[in-house]
Each structure stands twice: as C-alpha cells, then as structure tokens.
Design a protein around this ligand. Sequence first.
Ligand code: PLP
Length: 392
Amino acid sequence: MPFSKLTSQPNDPLLQLITAFSEDPRPHKIDLGVGVFRDALGLTPVMRAIKAAEERLLASQKSKSYLGPEGDKGFVKAIAALLFGSSLPDRFIDGIQTPGGTGALRLAAELLVRSGVKRIFLASPTWANHNAIFRQVGLEIIAIPCFDIINQSFNLAGFIDTLATASSGDAVLLHGCCHNPLGIDPTPDEWGIIAQHIAKLNLLPLIDIAYQGLGSGWSEDAFGLQTVLAAAPFGILTYSCDKNFGLYRERTGAVYVTSPDQEQLDCILSNILCLARTNWSMPPDHGAALVRLILEDKELTHLWRTELEEMRRRTLSLREDLARLGQVGHINLAPLTQGKGMFATLPLSPNQVEWLRSQHAIYMAHSGRINIAGFRDGDVERFGTALKSLIA
Ligand code: PLP
C-alpha cells in the first residue's frame, strides 16, 4: 500500500497555540506565542513604506513573466549593500533571492551537504526550525550549551570550549542578532573573540539574520556578521525580510556566500542556483520587488527606517517595563533590558506555562519563550500579577 511507511507527525506546537488563542473567548487574553511584531493594539499592520511601494509596483509592473532562480537581482544587491557595506574589502560576495529566511536556510543546509560538510555546531537552544532543517538534510548537530537563562547572559567561555572540539571544515551556525528564542547576543568584543576562534579552527560560519534593525540599530546589528565573515575565508549568510519589512506571508529572503576568490565563488553560486531550481525553481516575486523599490528610493527608505526604528523602540520600552517588575519569585526580570529584539525566554516549566494559559489567558511557547511585542498597553502589569500568583 502506498504511504504505509508513514507515521502521523505531531502538529507544530506554536501553530496549535495560535488556534487555541483565537478560540479563547476571554477578552483580556494575551498572545506572547506567535513570532510576529505587534503594535500597542496587538495588531501586525502592513508597514506604510510597504503600502506606498505596493502602489508604485501596481502602477509600474508590466509583466509577471519568470525572472529566474536567482530572483530579483536588484533586491539581492540592495540588501547586500545594507548588510555588508564596505566591511569586507577582501571578500567576493554573491547571493540569490529565496522564499523567506527558511528557504535560505534550507538551501544553505543542502549546500553544506553537497560540499561534504558533516557536522554543524550551534548554540543551544536555537530556533526549532534550525534543528529540523539541518537534521532533515542529514547533518549531525552538535549543540553548544552556552546560555544562562536565569541571568539572561551568554557564556562565552562555554561556547569557545565546545567550539574547540570542532574539526577543520565543520560548520557553525550563529544568529546575526536578536537571538530567537533567547534575545541574548554576544557583545561586540565577544563577536571579535568568536570570529578569531572560527578562523583559527578553520570552521565554516553560517550566519542567520532574521531581525536586522530590531536589536541595537541597523548597522549595529550587522556588526557580528561582518566581524565573523571578515575573519573566515568562506562564509554563508541567510537573510529574512519577513520581520523587518513586515512581509511574513510574502516569503522574502536571500542567501549569500563570501569567498576570498571569484572563481570559487562562481562555482559555489552555480551550485546554489541548481539547488534553487530543484527546490522551488524561482522564488515568489512580490515581497522582494517591494523591498527593492523601497531601498532604491530615498524617501521610501527614510519612511521604512523610521517605522523600523519605532518598532525597535517599542520592544525596548516593553523590555524596560518588564524589567521594572524586578524579582518575581525565582524569576528576575531586571536583566531583560540587556536582551535584544522581540524574544526572551523565562525560566518557566511547561506546567507553569500551561497554568498561566488556563488561569490567566496568557499564551506563550512551552519553552517559556515570550514575544515581547505581544504585550499591549496595560498587559505588562497583568503579566506581573499573574507571575506573582504563579509563584505564590
Ligand atoms: N531565522 C530565525 C532565527 C527566525 O526566527 C526565523 C523566523 O522566525 C527565520 C529564520 C525564518 O524567517 P522566514 O519567516 O523569513 O522564513
């Protein structure tokens, strides 16, 4: 019988959380689960710059004919300029557009396997899909335990100790900024040390960046990736525009490779194009065309940057509100101001998370990850009260 070897797979717990939240009739419910940016009213509106670009695209687009597996070249170039600037004078860089950051990661993972890489090191915990994608293509995942969730801090020595067990040619995954699910990033000095070790051990860095501009600022958020890619001869970068341009369902991303040599870069790119062709043939156009229109136009770029900065400031001020709750039972919320981006993980057990949902209509991932942008006006106080009653 066809398909008889298949076993049913569990539903994605985060997607289940979305359904449970939407079916919950309690008016005061709080959604800290799904990883999308929200405004003070709990909405995820289309950015004004995107709306303006859509009007222009509608008026100017003359054809929907195929573009090619590389996607929108203007988009790829514009993002590269913003990402790398002039930070890598000794590297040749090229890339293609992909269906979201997830498409970029899948392609990068397949490229690693094609290149003979067997193992990938990554700081743990990481975004759940990282593990799933690397496992799917047959890479061995070596988890690096290097986060202290109680104190919301990064343990550089622990990271370097485990990294030192890697062999030449192994890959290492790093979050470019705004770590998901922890919000804990290395400091600029720590990035420098990490970069030196990657280069010394001859490892291949894969940097995933899905929240540029939502951490410390647009160029500050690129510091880590630029430092690592300048130190290692070769590197891969996967990019998502789905959060910082609010494009989510438009699936807008890119993958780039850096190389010390043009000929090798051409060879790598030809493999990337083959992989794209057999996976999705060509990426969806709409989101990338909008990003290109924004980045090629001074006025739209200014509008988009202003909106992005508003989003960044909103998460920062929510971090401060949470930190003011201070010590609640065993949870000290004060260090949350050191974190970056939309996510933080609290030291809560799955039972405690479940209790917060059933008793207080507060929804979050079972791991204790919260989407900080999910708090509407007044929600932080209610969250503090709920935590106190949980701990009491
Ligand atoms: N990388 C990280 C760290 C993410 O958190 C996400 C999305 O949540 C992605 C990549 C993928 O983003 P996209 O929605 O563009 O596929």
